[in-house]
Design a protein around this ligand. Structure first.
Ligand code: AMP
Ligand code: MG
Length: 674
C-alpha cells in the first residue's frame, strides 16, 4: 500500500439530525473511532446528514462512489431498524454490486455479544464500484461498536475493492494479513479492536457471549428483500419497496450494470450484417491488385522520348478482364483492352475506343490488325487505375466501433480486399417470455373462456428484438405458480444473454418476478419502479454468471421485467431494453435517436408522470418533422402502436401541449412524408 490514506465518508441518516445538525452525535463518535483505532490509515474525507429517504440516501452514496475520485469506505448510520421509516438497507441494497455478508455477520455478532437486541438491526454491507459500504446502527454507541468490530479488516478490503491485484496482497498468507490488520484468528475482530486479547481457547458454547466467533444469525434468503411469495397475500407489501426513479436515472443504472461487450472472431459472410467491429481492419491486399484499364480501348506505350504520336499502330495483344499472364507490350505496338482488364507490362496509358478507328483486319476478317489512334494528347497513367489506388495494402479500411450495416457497403469493402475473418462484438441472444396463468398462446383456436387473455407481448417483443437484428429465443408462457419461473429462467440463462419477461411485476400477490430474481437466482434488482407512463413497474436486474474458461461469457446476464400491459411492454422495450442490447453489442450511440418534432394537434399531458406517447412522425413540406398521435394511449391498448414510428417524450403537467409546439421524440421507425 502507498502512504496515501484511505478516504472514508460518514453518512448520518436521521430525520432529526437533518433538521438540526447540532443534535448529531454519530459523526464525532465515528470520526473518533477512525482516528483512534484506524492505525493512521484513514482520513474522514466527507460527512453528510440526510433524512430517512431512499432517494436522498442513494444520491449521497452515488456522489461518493460514482465520482472520478471515489471514496474508499462509506459508513452510514441510522435507518436500519424495523420501523416503517427505516429504509437505509432498501436504499443501499440496490446500489451494491457485490455483497459482503461476512462483514454483516461480524457487526451483528459483535453487538449481539453486548445485547441480543442487536439482531433487531438489518445491516447490509458490500461493494459498489470501488467503494465499500457498511450500514451502521443509528445509536452512537451501536454505531461505534459495529465500526470497531470490523475497522481493522477494512483497509485490506478497501484496497482490493479499489482495484488492487489480490495476489501481491496475499503474499504471506492469512497470518501476514492478520498481523498487518492487528487481528489474530484467536480473537474476533471485535476482541482485537477493543484490545481484548485472549489466549486461544476454542469454545463453541454461545453462553459466554463475550467472544463468540462471527456467526450468521440470519441467512441471506431470510433477510428482508422483495415480497416473499410463500408468505401469502396477507404478508405481501402493500406499497412497493423500490424507490421510484426518473427515466434518466433508470437509464444510467442500465448503462452501469449492463455487462460490456464480448469480442469474437467471425468469418466475413452475410451473417455479419448488424455487427460492430471490435478491432481495426487493415487491407491484406491492394485494390486494384494490378494496373487496370478504366475504359474499353487500346493500351499504348509512351516512347522513351516521352511524347506519344498519333498514327496507325499494330494491335499486338489483347487483354480481357480475366486471369492469366499478359505479354509485354513493345514500343510502337498497342493492345486492345477491356474495362477492368490488366495493362500489359510495358503499357503506360489507355486510349479510349472513341479516339480510334479500325485501319485493317486480319486475313480471316476476325481480328483487328491495325488501329489508328486519333489523338496524341495521351499522358502516362491516363485511364489507368493504379495498384492500390482504391485501397492500399496495409491501410486501415475500417475502425473499431464501426458497424457493418445491412445496407452492404462495409461488407463490400471487406470482401474487396479479401478479408476472411474479423473481430466483432458478440451480439447478445435475447430470450422472451410471457408470464401469467391467464395468458394463452395467441393462436389457440376457439373462443376465450372468462379471464383468458391472448399472449400479445411475446410475439410483439420477439418481432421487435428480431427487427433490431438480434437473435430472439422464444421461451414461451410461464405460469404464475412458484417454481415455474425459476426453472424457466435458470434453463434460459444457459442459452441466452438477456431475458425479457412481461407481466408479474406489479403489486399483485402472484407477482413472482422480483422475488424469484433476488431470492432464487441471487440476482440484484437495480430498479423496480420508474416515474413514467406507461411502464411504471419496469424492473431491471442482473444475475452474475459462473465463469467458464472454455468459452468467454458475459460477467452477468441481464433481465428486463416489463409490465404486462402490452403497450407498456413495447414502450419499455424501446426505452430500456434496446440501449442495453446496443451496449452489449458494442453499438454506439446506444438507444433510439432523439429528434425534435412539432405536434400536429393538441396533446394532453399527464399530471403526474412524463408520458411516452405513441406517434407517427413525418417530414413536413418545410423539411421539419411533425408528429401525429396514434390515439388512445391506455397502457393495455396495443393498437396505439399500429403504425407508430416514434415515442413522443411528453412532460408531466397540467393541460395540453399545443398544436405546433415542439417536443422530443424517440425514433423507432422510418420517417415518412406528409
Ligand atoms: P401483470 O403485471 O401480470 O399483473 O399484468 C398486467 C396486465 O397485463 C394484466 O391485465 C394482464 O392480463 C396483462 N398481460 C400480461 N401479460 C400479457 C401478455 N403477454 N399479453 C397480453 N396481456 C398481458
Ligand atoms: Mg400477471
Amino acid at each position: 500500500m502507498t502512504d496515501e490514506k484511505l478516504k472514508a465518508a460518514i453518512l448520518v441518516v436521521s430525520e432529526t439530525a437533518s433538521q438540526d445538525p447540532s443534535t448529531d452525535k454519530c459523526i464525532p463518535v465515528l470520526q473518533d473511532v477512525f482516528a483512534k483505532l484506524g492505525n493512521d490509515q484513514w482520513e474522514v474525507a466527507s460527512t453528510d446528514i440526510i433524512p430517512d429517504s431512499v432517494l436522498d440516501i442513494q444520491k449521497s452514496i452515488r456522489t461518493w462512489t460514482d465520482s472520478e475520485n471515489p471514496i474508499n469506505l462509506i459508513v452510514t448510520s441510522g435507518g436500519t431498524g424495523f420501523a416503517t421509516k427505516d429504509v437505509t438497507p432498501e436504499a443501499v441494497t440496490p446500489l451494491i454490486d457485490r455483497h459482503a455478508p461476512g462483514l454483516v455477520h461480524g457487526m451483528l455478532s459483535s453487538s449481539f455479544a453486548v445485547t441480543p437486541f442487536a439482531l433487531m438491526a438489518r445491516p447490509v454491507a458490500g461493494v459498489r464500484k470501488g467503494t465499500l459500504i457498511l450500514t451502521l446502527p443509528g445509536s452512537p454507541k451501536g454505531a461505534k461498536e459495529n465500526l470497531e468490530a470490523v475497522l481493522k479488516l477494512l483497509p485490506h478490503a478497501c484496497v482490493q475493492a479499489a482495484g488492487a491485484a489480490s495476489r501481491p496482497l496475499h503474499v504471506g498468507g492469512v497470518e501476514k494479513l492478520e498481523n498487518d490488520a492487528g487481528v489474530s484468528s484467536g480473537s474476533t475482530a471485535a476482541g482485537a479492536a477493543s484490545g481484548h486479547r485472549h489466549s486461544h481457547h476454542h469454545n463453541h458454547s454461545h453462553s459466554h457471549g463475550g467472544h463468540t466467533g462471527p456467526k450468521a444469525h440470519t441467512k441471506t434468503e431470510d433477510r428482508p428483500q422483495s415480497n416473499d411469495p410463500s408468505a401469502g397475500p396477507t404478508r405481501r407489501y402493500r406499497s412497493s419497496p423500490y424507490p421510484m426513479l426518473a427515466v434518466d436515472e433508470a437509464l444510467k443504472l442500465i448503462e452501469e450494470h449492463t455487462p460490456p461487450p464480448i469480442i469474437d472472431k467471425a468469418p466475413v459472410d452475410m451473417a455479419l450484417g448488424g455487427s460492430v467491429l471490435a478491432e481495426d481492419v487493415k487491407a491484406a491486399e491492394s485494390v486494384p491488385a494490378f494496373r487496370a484499364s478504366i475504359v474499353d480501348g487500346y493500351a499504348v506505350r509512351i516512347p522513351s522520348s516521352g511524347k506519344f504520336e498519333k498514327g496507325v499502330y499494330p494491335v499486338a495483344l489483347v487483354s480481357h478482364a480475366q486471369a492469366g499472364d499478359v505479354q509485354e507490350l513493345e514500343e510502337g505496338q498497342i493492345a486492345r483492352i477491356t474495362t477492368g482488364a490488366p495493362l500489359p507490362p510495358g503499357a503506360d496509358a489507355v486510349v479510349m475506343v472513341e479516339d480510334t478507328v479500325l485501319n485493317s483486319q486480319t486475313a480471316d476478317g476476325k481480328e483487328e490488325k491495325e488501329v489508328e489512334i486519333l489523338t496524341d494528347e495521351i499522358k502516362s497513367g491516363e485511364n489507368v487505375r493504379e495498384v492500390g489506388s482504391d485501397v492500399r495494402e496495409g491501410a486501415t479500411i475500417m475502425k473499431r466501433g464501426e458497424g457493418i450495416t445491412v445496407v452492404g457497403g462495409e461488407f463490400g469493402l471487406l470482401a474487396s480486399v479479401g478479408t476472411t475473418e474479423v473481430s466483432i462484438y458478440r451480439r447478445p441472444v435475447v430470450g422472451v417470455l410471457s408470464t401469467g396463468d391467464e395468458i394463452i398462446p395467441h393462436d389457440r383456436p376457439g373462443p376465450l373462456s372468462l379471464g383468458e387473455v391472448r399472449d400479445t407481448n411475446r410475439p410483439t417483443l420477439l418481432t421487435a428484438v428480431r427487427s433490431n437484428n438480434f437473435e430472439a429465443v422464444d421461451l414461451g408462457i410461464v405460469s404464475d405458480k412458484p417454481g415455474a419461473l425459476e426453472d424457466t429462467l435458470r434453463s434460459a440463462f444457459a442459452k441466452v444473454d438477456v431475458i425479457i419477461t412481461s407481466g408479474g411485476v406489479s403489486m399483485g400477490e402472484l407477482d413472482l418476478l422480483k422475488p424469484t430474481i433476488e431470492r432464487s437466482l441471487g440476482g440484484t434488482i437495480h430498479f423496480g419502479r420508474v416515474n413514467m407512463k406507461p411502464g411504471k413497474p419496469t424492473t431491471f436486474a442482473t444475475v452474475p454468471t459462473k465463469h467458464s474458461s472454455s468459452t468467454a461469457s458475459r460477467v452477468a446476464k441481464t433481465i428486463f421485467s416489463l409490465p404486462g400491459n402490452p403497450a407498456s411492454a413495447v414502450v419499455t422495450f424501446h426505452l430500456f431494453v434496446l440501449p442495453s442490447l446496443h451496449k452489449q453489442a458494442g453499438i454506439v450511440p446506444a438507444g433510439l435517436p432523439r429528434v425534435k418534432v412539432a405536434l400536429d394537434a393538441d396533446v394532453r399531458m399527464d399530471k403526474g408522470r412524463p408520458e411516452y406517447h405513441r406517434a407517427i412522425v413525418a417530414v413536413a413540406r418545410d423539411g421539419g418533422l411533425v408528429a401525429s398521435s396514434t390515439g388512445g394511449q391506455r397502457s393495455s391498448r396495443i393498437g396505439s402502436f399500429k403504425g407508430a414510428t416514434a415515442l413522443l417524450c411528453m412532460p408531466a403537467g397540467e393541460g395540453w401541449v399545443k398544436k405546433g409546439e415542439q417536443v422530443d421524440a424517440l425514433l423507432m421507425g422510418k420517417v415518412g412524408a406528409v
